[in-house]
Design a protein around this ligand. Structure first.
Ligand SMILES: O=C(CO)[C@H](O)[C@H](O)COP(=O)(O)O
Length: 262
């Protein structure tokens, strides 16, 4: 069965499987969104069913909530949880300081609220997400639909004075219509290519009327669990300054591979 998985899916799976071991009985855990996070949710569902793991999950999107319920995880809202022990999520990019670009899946707002309300944020990723400088991946910015073109123009004008390489912005589409987030907002993707000062850009964007949130996660992530297609896993912790290595066996979890799609 594992032969049907691409190396990138294997990398995502082993990162997710290793990170699932951080979840302990009684924890309240933020569950990310995206294809890597979907592996995590499946792994945790298996641990609930097979090992009797007892925890409460706070999903970061309707998609994740649906999958979590399907695999048997007890789902609660952030308001019920108030504060979380841990959030595990994917990312579109991470740099050497474990700052991130997120929102490729359109869930950046809930993801940032949930991650910020957590004692620890763990990112699960394959090596393709690692960058020296953030910005090759278009930066998602969630905006209110009212006057979105005015907000777009304001963002483009502001980018002139920022340390970025590109300044094009595009409205994210879902077929012929704008993509709409779980909160009913739109997403502008900023094609910046290289973000010289991510901290400053994150602050400036969030000061603009019409901007709800941006996909820069600065000083939020504590640990990256990096998966490789051959089963190797590398754990980098920014607080401890440590790097650990591990290796996972695919065979143990073969039954998970029967349901691949995110
Ligand atoms: O931020 C996200 C969703 O809003 C995802 O975590 C990010 O897009 C990575 O997705 P994937 O694991 O599918 O590569």
């Amino acid at each position: 069965m594992t032969g049907e998985l691409s190396p990138i899916d294997k990398a995502k799976f082993v990162a997710a499987r290793r990170a699932a071991d951080f979840v302990e009985d009684g924890m309240r855990v933020g569950l990310g969104t995206g294809s890597t996070a979907a592996w995590l949710v499946r792994c945790l569902g298996e641990m609930v069913r097979q090992d009797g793991l007892k925890f409460k999950g706070v999903p970061t999107s309707t998609r994740t909530a649906e999958l979590a319920r399907d695999v048997g995880i007890e789902v609660i809202s952030l308001d019920e949880a108030r504060w979380l022990d841990l959030t595990i999520d994917g990312a579109d990019e991470f740099d050497g300081d474990l700052n991130l670009i997120k929102g490729g899946g359109g869930a950046l707002l809930q993801e940032k609220i949930v991650a910020t309300a957590s004692d620890r944020m763990v990112v699960i990723a394959d090596i393709g997400k690692q960058v020296e400088t953030l910005g090759a991946f278009p930066l998602p910015v969630e905006v209110i639909p009212f006057g979105w073109q005015t907000t777009q123009a304001l963002i483009e004008e502001t980018l002139i004075s920022m340390d970025v390489l590109g300044r094009d912005t595009t409205l994210r589409m879902n077929g012929e219509a704008p993509f709409v987030t779980d909160e009913g907002n739109y997403i502008l993707d900023l094609h910046l290519h290289r973000i010289g000062n991510a901290r400053q850009l994150a602050l400036v964007l969030n000061q603009m009327p019409g901007v709800v949130e941006n996909g820069l996660f600065i000083d939020i992530c504590d640990t990256v669990v990096l998966g490789f297609g051959d089963g190797r896993v590398e754990l980098r912790d920014i607080n401890e300054g440590t790097i650990e290595h591990d290796r996972l066996d695919f065979v143990e979890s073969e039954n998970l591979f029967t349901d691949l799609s995110d």
